[in-house]
Design a protein around this ligand. Sequence first.
Ligand code: URA
Length: 205
Amino acid sequence: MADLEELRRSAQACTDCVLHEGRTQVVFGRGNPAARILLVGEGPGKDEDLQGLPFVGAAGQLLDKILAAVDLSEQDVYISNTVLCRPPKNRAPEPTEVSACARHRSALLAVLDPPIVVLLGATATKAVLGPKTSVTAVRGSRIVQDGRAYYPTFHPAALLRDPSKKRPVWHDFQRIAKDYRLILDGAADDAETEPWPAPDGAESR
Ligand code: URA
């Protein structure tokens, strides 16, 4: 299996979709390659494109705060995106661009092999769980596929636009951190069976 640096090199040379034409650089990922949690965003914005690192702008600062609030550090996570090159004018990536980047996403998943994958927002949720999946409908749930648990939640940029989304995201990250600690403690089965009340008290899985 390829290692992370090989994947990075292969992504850096990628010209599979039009997004390569406008990029300053490929934004591959940041964090701990041995982390058990992979966070997947939408795509690089202007700051990320310039710095070559995901989530370093305003949404990234909020993401760092959310992680810190549940006691997760950069050591606990690896952060990447659904597409690795900046879409022009920060538009959402087109389905063809999301598909073109699939080989990089699946190679990253295979190399990191994280038990927990957090899908940040609609683009990541649709890319992984299917194009008809609505993040609003599935957020708060824990979806097990191919031995991994996927946690869809709202994108940090959506929280900046709509503060009413903060509470559900806070709730989601508390659950993610709790399940993560169960996995670290070797009690992952509890993460699978323990009920998790939604913010309104309703069952969410
Ligand atoms: N939004 C994303 O989805 N990804 C980034 O890297 C930055 C902002």
